[in-house]
Design a protein around this ligand. Structure first.
Ligand SMILES: NC(=O)c1ccc[n+]([C@@H]2O[C@H](COP(=O)([O-])OP(=O)(O)OC[C@H]3O[C@@H](n4cnc5c(N)ncnc54)[C@H](O)[C@@H]3O)[C@@H](O)[C@H]2O)c1
Length: 326
């Protein structure tokens, strides 16, 4: 019995696929490599193909005797989704529907799905729990909400799902040889690393007049190794008969942009040049998780703090200044 990891050549998927292999589980990665890297897959089995290609997915299910899926494959750039909504709905929503149709036809009835805290939009308050209203503010966030809704409906087919709403994934593998592609992303930790390593002159902090303790925006940074562990727990939950579930994956701790800069300077003994600019449209002041549900049902909690996130990201950037090769 094998776990199919779609998008397993990407950032979070590769960490999860390697963790599963370390735990002795059989894994096969399915990825187009459009936004992922062969080197991130290493010596794990890799099928190069699209989730929407029913022949490739069906053949993979049969060849590897797939019994469960972790579905990471998607586009994830919020800004790009605003300018190219069709691309996002087609890949993230239509692609998932095609994938699920093939999975069901091949007797696979357990799926863990990468959702996002972006489904909450600007929450009324933080910590935010799973009952908060969904107010997606971009085609990307809407695509995640749509897939959650679709998967819930699929309960009627016998497919059981866990939708994990990630907060801000950050950090890298302990080895320093697996990490986030920092060339494209606008996520804070990779941007701070770009500044430290000289490919960006300074960090622009968008606003310091928010109603937060130091005026800068507050987010919930989750170490990618902890995130990977949440997927293992979600798979085990489904394998032991758990019913469909939607839950947050966050630490429950808010960290401001200024705090993140301070921790980075302390961990690396280097200064992070930065400048305060105006607020950016659409940025909520404070978003961090209420992780009560995932603790109670999956027995998961974050075990790594911000220092470990920064230390591991720094190590990855030092060892791989140009990221993975294409
Ligand atoms: N990184 C974050 O902070 C974050 C936060 C919330 C949710 N997520 C979600 O988690 C998932 C993984 O994120 P990531 O940061 O690892 O992204 P990533 O871009 O590094 O990885 C996504 C992978 O999916 C592959 N892919 C895309 N479309 C595909 C398709 N049609 N068929 C096969 N492969 C395809 C890409 O080539 C890439 O390797 C995504 O669904 C993303 O939306 C990420």
């Amino acid at each position: 019995m094998t776990i199919l990891v779609t998008g397993g050549a990407g950032y979070i998927g590769s960490h999860t696929a390697h963790l599963l292999a370390e735990l002795g589980r059989d894994v096969v990665v399915l990825d187009t490599l459009e936004r992922g890297y062969r080197d991130a897959v290493g010596d794990l089995d890799l099928v190069i193909g699209d989730i929407a290609d029913d022949r490739v997915v069906a053949k993979t299910c049969r060849k590897y005797d797939v019994d469960s899926v972790i579905h990471f494959a998607a586009y994830k750039a919020v800004g790009e989704s605003v300018s190219q909504p069709l691309k996002y709905y087609k890949n993230n929503v239509s692609g998932t529907i095609a994938l699920v149709e093939t999975l069901i036809a091949n007797g696979v009835n357990r799926i863990v799905f990468s959702s996002s805290a972006a489904v909450y939009g600007t929450p009324d308050s933080s910590p935010v729990n799973e009952d908060a209203p969904l107010r997606p503010q971009s085609p990307y966030a809407q695509s995640k909400a749509d897939v959650e809704h679709f998967l819930r409906s699929c309960d009627a087919t016998g497919l059981r799902s866990v939708c994990l709403r990630y907060f801000n994934a950050a950090g890298a593998h302990d080895s320093g040889d697996l990490g986030e592609d920092f060339s494209l992303t606008t996520n804070l930790v990779p941007v701070v690393m770009r500044v430290l390593f000289g490919s960006q002159a300074r960090l622009d902090i968008f606003g310091d007049d928010y109603p937060t303790p130091d005026g800068t925006c507050v987010r919930d940074y989750v170490h990618v190794a902890d995130l990977a562990d949440a997927h293992v727990k979600a798979l085990d939950y489904l394998a032991t008969g758990g019913t469909s579930l939607v839950c947050n994956v966050g630490t429950g701790q808010g960290t401001s942009v200024r705090q993140l800069v301070e921790v980075t300077e302390s961990v690396t003994s280097r200064s992070v040049p930065h400048a305060i600019g105006p607020r950016r449209a659409g940025d909520p002041a404070s978003v961090y998780a209420d992780p009560t549900l995932i603790r109670a049902v999956l027995g998961w909690r974050a075990t790594r703090d911000l220092r470990e996130i920064i230390t591991s990201a720094y190590r990855w950037h030092q060892r791989h200044p140009d990221g993975f090769k294409r």
